[in-house]
Structures are given as structure tokens and as C-alpha cells.
Design a protein around this ligand. Structure first.
Ligand SMILES: Cc1ncc(COP(=O)(O)O)c(C=O)c1O
Length: 441
């Protein structure tokens, strides 16, 4: 596994303790995570060996295929060569099992009996449920309420893999009850669900919490995507000019992009684009600031692009992209000019997903359609400019359990959500009293 911490152009600022505001030590994270994952979280070692037990299970679906999208190229009549890495081939249907497997394994080694987590669209929750079942660990998932209602099949996948799935905010935790008291109809958010999952983990020493994105160790586990892609592109005799991934907390994007970002840091010319929804514009409109990862301020403060821990995005169908923050590593690389963020409206992403489905056949998850839409924009730009660009994007997951969102699109029930500046300003007020990073804006 590759750890970009070793190659960062600017050293990372540390996470801060939520109570004292001082840099977090390993012991501060110990109530939440097992020590072997905390070590990875803080590691600056460039390469980390993948244990045999993980490799054995990866073999169920890895290496994932890299395809040339010749039919999409034809449909767009573009001179661009488009490649995509198909992470939808995992049993859970997305890239999320890459880290779920590693996290379940390291927890097992550390003696964890139960893992709690949050999930948006259900991709992460179902992935963790599957991997916990591989290692005989109990799994409890707090699922954002809007997604819980929109996506009953993901809940059933979690149950099939033996997990317990609860709609969040719930009455099962103090955090959930306090949120429901203020807003009984709250649609939920990833920030709220994280608060509930962390609260339950902290209450019992044999229970740990797992996060499906954002943190350094998740980016390390996902690097397998880019490492495979580097080899596969070499086999295809090509190298990407443009790399694209959708970004919710940043993990599928980073997984594909970081091994190539290493080449960019060392002088290669690559345009590396992270795509987010216009209705949750963390990277394109959120400042770089210290903020909590969750709504009720239990997690460490992370230096990241953020819309504020109380920001509740519009209920768009790309549930996995409705997060107020962004991985600190992705955020820092945006500041360093290695990554370029872009935001796209929901309707354009569905239109792109349908173009992709009608040319390549694959039906993408709504999150993944953000990467597809950006790829189509770049391919059409290459056509306009008459350039033979090589585009590589991460097809992060299939949408076969998300067909209700396609139905809403076909029936004309989806809208683009313009986010007024006042709403962002109001949510950012909560950051005023928090410590500021060196490069804060
Ligand atoms: C298919 C798919 N793509 C992308 C994402 C966004 O998450 P991340 O930015 O961590 O890759 C999700 C999150 O649930 C997802 O399910």
C-alpha cells in the first residue's frame, strides 16, 4: 500500500484533541480505533506491506479490471482515449471493501469484538458488514435516515452479511436524541451518524469505530486502486493526462489518484480532478479550516476543506457525497496545487450516467456519475481542442441498488440545488471559535 504522507510537498498539520485543542497523540485516538490502525493513521512510511490474510480476501475481486471505454469515446466522437478502473466488481458493488477488509482485519488482530460505523448511501455500511462477517466481528451501522428510506436494499444487504442497521438520527444514542429534540424530522447527515457511531464505540472497550473515508489510513488502503491502475496503464501502453474521481470524503478519488499524484509531485504533468456535487461544495466553496468530523463535536479536529460540522446538505441522491468535510490529505494537496476540485449539478451527473450506460452498458452509482460527468466534459473539451488526451477515471461503484434515484430522474422529480452563500456563511459561523490551521483562509 502507498502512503502519500511520505511525499507531501507541504507537511501536514496535526489533528487536534476536541477538548484541549492540542495535537492528538495515539492514546487520544485509542478509545475509538485499534492501535495498529492508529499507527497507520500517523505513519509517514512510504510503503506498507499488505498482510497475507488481506491479500487472500482481496483475491475474491482484485485485481479489478481497467477498461478502455471505446464505446463511450465513439458516442462522444472524441479523440480522447478514456479508461476506467472498475471498482464495481467487488461483492458489495463499490471500492469501499478495499478499506473495510483492511479495517476489519486489523481490528480482528487487535481483539475488537464489535465495530460501529455510519453510512450514507449504504455502500460503506454494506462493505463493512461483509468484511466483519469474513472475520467474525459484530457490526452495527447507523445509516443516514434519508438514505435508509430511499435505499431499503442496502439495508437488506447489511442484514444478509449479519450487521444491525439503524436509521440515524436514532433514539439509541445521546447524540441522536439531542438532534431529534431540535429537529424531529431531520433527514440525517453523515456528520450526525458519525456522532452516534463514535458514541457507541467509546462506551465499550471491546467496541471500536470504523470510518469509510476521510482518514489517512483509509487513503492508504485505497491506494491499491491506483497501484493496480499504474501497472494496467503500462500494460495498455498509455499514461493518463487527466485523472478523475468523485469525492465525498475523498477515498475512491485518492485511491486512484495518489499513486499518480506521486509522479506529479516528482514532475509529471497530470491534471488531477476531484469532483463534488454543487449542493455540497466542500472543496470548491468551503474554507481550509480545523473542524470536527461529526455534528456533536466528538471527533478530533481535522485540518480540511469544510462547510462546517452543522451543515446539512440538500437530500440529493448521491448520499455518499453529502459530507461537510474532506480528507485532510486531499485538502492539503488542493492547497498545494496538485489536485483541482470541480463541482457538478445533479441533473448533469444523471444525464452523463445514462450516456455511459447506453454506450458502455454499466449503470453507475449516483456518486460515481459525478466522475462520469467530469470525464464527458473533459472528453468533449479534448474534441473541441482537437487533442488526443488520455483520461482515466475511477468507476467507483455500480448503481443497481440505486435505481430509485434513476426513476426520480426519468420522472422529472430531481432538481439542481443552488446553495445560497448565506447558508454556507451561517454553517461556518460555528468554526469561528476553533483553532486555525497555518494555511487557513
Ligand atoms: C460508489 C461511491 N462512490 C463514491 C463515494 C464517495 O466516497 P469517497 O469520497 O470516500 O470515495 C461513495 C460513498 O459512499 C460511493 O458509494
Amino acid at each position: 500500500m502507498y502512503n502519500i504522507m511520505a511525499d507531501m510537498p507541504t507537511p501536514m498539520e496535526p489533528p487536534l484533541h476536541p477538548g484541549t485543542g492540542q495535537p492528538c497523540g495515539p492514546e487520544d485516538l485509542a478509545p475509538i480505533f485499534p492501535m495498529n490502525l492508529i499507527e497507520q493513521e500517523m505513519s509517514t512510511q512510504q510503503w506498507i506491506d499488505i498482510p497475507e490474510e488481506i491479500l487472500d480476501k482481496y483475491a475474491i475481486w482484485r485485481p479489478s479490471p481497467l477498461f478502455r471505454a471505446r464505446n463511450l469515446e465513439k458516442a462522444l466522437d472524441t479523440p480522447a482515449r478514456i479508461y476506467f478502473k472498475n471498482e464495481g466488481v467487488s461483492p458489495a458493488g463499490s471500492h469501499k471493501p478495499n478499506t473495510a477488509l483492511a479495517q476489519a482485519y486489523y481490528n480482528k488482530v487487535a481483539g475488537t469484538k464489535k465495530i460501529t460505523t455510519e453510512t450514507g448511501a449504504g455502500q460503506w455500511g454494506s462493505s463493512l458488514a461483509m468484511c466483519c462477517s469474513f472475520f467474525g466481528i459484530e457490526c452495527k451501522v447507523f445509516m443516514v435516515k434519508i438514505s435508509y428510506n430511499q435505499k431499503p436494499y442496502r439495508r437488506l444487504m447489511m442484514e444478509t452479511w449479519g450487521a444491525n442497521c439503524t436509521a440515524s438520527p436514532s433514539t439509541e444514542t445521546k447524540a441522536g436524541r439531542s438532534i431529534l429534540e431540535k429537529d424531529p424530522d431531520s433527514p440525517g447527515s453523515l456528520g450526525m451518524a458519525i456522532s452516534e457511531a463514535v458514541e457507541e464505540a467509546v462506551a465499550d472497550e471491546n467496541t471500536k469505530y470504523a470510518l469509510g473515508s476521510v482518514l489517512n489510513h483509509v487513503m492508504i488502503h485505497q491506494s491499491i486502486i491506483g497501484l493496480e491502475a499504474l501497472k494496467q496503464m503500462e500494460m495498455a501502453g498509455d499514461y493518463p493526462d487527466v485523472i478523475i474521481g468523485s469525492a465525498g470524503g475523498g477515498s475512491n478519488f485518492a485511491g486512484l489518484a495518489f499513486p499518480f499524484a506521486r509522479d506529479k509531485i516528482n514532475g509529471k504533468q497530470i491534471d488531477i480532478i476531484a469532483v463534488e456535487p454543487t449542493s455540497c461544495p466542500t472543496m470548491t466553496r468551503g474554507p481550509f479550516a480545523y473542524d470536527f468530523g461529526d455534528t456533536v463535536q466528538m471527533t478530533p479536529l481535522l485540518p480540511m476543506h469544510t462547510l462546517g460540522h452543522n451543515f446539512v446538505p440538500a437530500p440529493i441522491h448521491a448520499g455518499g457525497l453529502r459530507y461537510h468535510g474532506m480528507a485532510p490529505l486531499v485538502s492539503q494537496l488542493i492547497l498545494d496545487g496538485i489536485i483541482r476540485p470541480e463541482a457538478i449539478h445533479q441533473l448533469e451527473t444523471f444525464k452523463a450516467g445514462i450516456t455511459f450506460a447506453r454506450s458502455e452498458g454499466y449503470i453507475s452509482a449516483p456518486e460515481c456519475n459525478h466522475a462520469v460527468a467530469m470525464t464527458i466534459r473533459e472528453a468533449l473539451k479534448a474534441k473541441e481542442e482537437g487533442k488526443e488526451k488520455v483520461i482515466l477515471f475511477n468507476w467507483s461503484g455500480h448503481g443497481l441498488v440505486d435505481m430509485a434515484s434513476y426513476e426520480s430522474y426519468f420522472r422529472g422529480n430531481l432538481a439542481d440545488h443552488d446553495l445560497p452563500q448565506e447558508q454556507i456563511d451561517a454553517a461556518l459561523k460555528d468554526l469561528e471559535t476553533l483553532p486555525k490551521p497555518r494555511q487557513g483562509k
